[in-house]
Design a protein around this ligand. Structure first.
Ligand code: HEM
Length: 178
């Protein structure tokens, strides 16, 4: 396989579109439960579920890209432990980008609600089931906080590469970066 020095346009677009969507969904998820019952709450839940399902589809596309392409190599002088942390962090992010929305779909369906993406209804993976609904409900919160924790580390690492170590790790994920 060809070893690139930068991420390509598809990888960069997926990375930044998904970053915006995931951060938006995370913030929306935080306030959803506190919204008063009514039309606005229903619409916000609908948007959270629709965009969450879009994230799942994009994550599957991105994972396919990753399994069929090489990522740019990490900088030469990077210590072994940091390399391991970067690889483990990326793997955990891929896992959570799939597991969190999938858990959300299963939580809705086991709660007896369908998941609709602007008119397209997602296939039913599980029917109504109170026990599994509770499991997926608890799981959704845990997975969301795990994603937030890993993301904080991911963003701090990217900023450290750029501003402290001053290598090209952030630039190669930015359009127009050198
Ligand atoms: C929800 C938000 C985000 C998610 C889910 C996410 C996820 C990921 C994943 C899975 C990779 C690995 C790509 C590969 O397979 O090689 C990656 C790479 C990268 N991300 Fe993010 N990211 C997010 C937000 C951010 C933000 C806000 C920044 C910058 C401040 C950032 C900077 C980077 C950089 C620089 C790389 C490339 C690392 C390298 O070249 O090894 N990410 N991101």
């Amino acid at each position: 396989m060809n070893i690139p020095s930068r991420y390509d346009a598809l990888a960069m677009s997926l990375h930044w579109i998904m970053a915006l969507l995931i951060i938006g969904l995370w913030c929306l998820g935080l306030v959803l439960e506190d919204l008063p019952k009514g039309d606005l709450r229903g619409q916000m839940f609908g948007l959270h579920k629709a965009f969450g399902t879009i994230v799942l589809i994009l994550a599957a596309t991105r994972l396919t890209w990753r399994l069929t392409h090489s990522a740019p190599p990490l900088p030469d002088g990077m210590p072994g432990l940091e390399r391991l942390a970067a690889k483990a962090g990326h793997a955990a992010l891929y896992l959570l980008m799939i597991a969190l929305p999938l858990d959300g779909i299963l939580m809705s369906q086991t709660g007896g609600r369908e998941v609709s993406v602007f008119g397209w209804v997602a296939p039913t993976l599980m029917g109504k089931n109170d026990f599994w609904h509770e499991v997926f409900e608890d799981g959704h919160g845990l997975l969301a906080w795990a994603l937030a924790a890993i993301l904080v580390g991911h963003v701090l690492a990217a900023l450290r590469h750029h501003f402290v170590v001053k290598d090209d790790v952030l630039a190669r994920m930015l359009p127009g970066g050198k």
